[in-house]
Every structure is written in C-alpha cells, then in structure tokens.
Design a protein around this ligand. Sequence first.
Ligand code: SAM
Length: 248
Amino acid sequence: MRDTPPIFQLLERLQGDRPWGSMLDAGTGARSARWMAGLPTTRWTAVSADPAMLAETRAALGPLRAADRLLAGNWSDAAFLAGERHDTVLAEYLLGAVQPYAPGLQPRLFARLRPLVGQRLYVIGLDPYAGGQGGSADDRLLRAIGRFRDGCLRRAGLVPYREYPAEWVLARLGEAGMAVRFARRFPNLYDARWVGMQLSSAAEALQGRAPACVVARMAAEAETLRARAAAHGVLRSGADYVIMAEPA
Ligand SMILES: C[S@@+](CC[C@H](N)C(=O)[O-])C[C@H]1O[C@@H](n2cnc3c(N)ncnc32)[C@H](O)[C@@H]1O
C-alpha cells in the first residue's frame, strides 16, 4: 500500500476519477516526485532550479519510464518548456522557494505557468509567519524561529524563502486567467524535530560565510530558541493552504 502524505491524499480526492494525464511537478523534490511517480500518469516531468536537489530527487525514485523527465531549469527563462502543455501541474511549496532562484518572479509565477496548464493546477503553499507582530505565544515563538533562520541566511549572503498568503495567490491566479475551484487552509503543528532542523540549517548556512564571533553568537541564540521551544512543546501556529485552479 502507498504511504501517501495527507496533503497528497487530498489532491487525489480532488482529482477523483479525472485522469492525471501528462503531469508537471513545477518545483520538485523527493516528496512530491515520489508521489507523482506513483500516480497513473501517462508521463511526467519534474523541474528544479537546483541541480543538487534534482540529483537527490532522482536518487529517491525507482526506474523511470522512457518519457518521464527530471529537468534542471528556471521559470525565469522564458524559453524553458515553452510550447509545452501538461494536463496536471503541481506547484508544491514552489512559490516561496522562487525568491532565491528568481528574485522578482513571484508576482508573475502563475502567469508564467499558466500556458503549461492543460486542465488543472494544484498549488500548495505556506502562509508567511516570520513577519508581523502580536498573536499567541505559539505565534510569537514560531516568528522568532523564522526570523532567526532568515536572519542567519541573510547574514550568510543567502536569500531566504519568501512566502505569500493564500489570498495573494488567489488574486495572482485570477490575474493569470485561472478560475479557482477549491481553496482551503490547514492549521500547522511544529514539533521539536522541525524546530531543530530550522535552527541547525540556519547555523550550517553561516559556517564559512560569517566571522567566528557571529557564528558563536548565533549558535548561542539558537540554543536559547531550542530551549524555549522544548519547554513550550508542539507549536500550533500558521497554516498551509491547498488551492486548485483551472484555465478560465
Ligand atoms: C521547497 S522545494 C519544493 C518541495 C518539493 N515539492 C518536495 O517534494 O520536497 C522548491 C523547489 O522549487 C524549485 N524552484 C524554486 N524556484 C524555481 C524557479 N525559479 N524555477 C524552477 N524551479 C524552481 C527549487 O529548485 C526546488 O526544487
């Protein structure tokens, strides 16, 4: 039996009896590619702007059919996959990740993808949580972790992901000529493992990219946040969203 993550189970329910046909994973990774490769598609294409991520994705998959493709490419390149059309297009946590690879593209991302969508586009995203003020104790702690992580990336000369709320996505989809058929938020829970990964990836980003005193100060701050999160327990804050749209 397939061990399908709940968010992909939802997409399978939304798809119902409709054929998946030719499918494009517009921002691939091991999770989404593994799921897509198990669907009854006629062929699939998985795209990443990051060759290392593409290699990891390939390593997570079994044998491919002759027509299945893993492609390195960037949606900022107008010629990339120009003229192609795929029955089903998936953008799973693509939007926020576009910022480091194609700064400035995010407001035009769905217009860029629109000609590639034959039947349906599924968007999975994350409401931003590192900005703003106030909220619950969970909101404040999650925001502190997000700000710390983004601050470390910037200090290391890297560009953090930039997320947008579901309403922003709905507006961009409308502008791109897509009709939204389904949209729902799902509240998020963040456990100690997730907190640990955020903090350690932030610390890793700084290694060799910042002076030792900065690395040491950030490591101490990471430890404070780790201890606060451990004392707090699971964080209930923010939401992911799932949106399904079709060419209008
Ligand atoms: C957060 S990962 C997506 C997660 C993925 N669906 C999974 O299963 O783990 C974002 C993906 O989008 C890709 N991406 C970001 N910006 C891109 C761009 N401008 N063009 C093409 N791919 C892009 C990244 O290279 C990466 O493969």
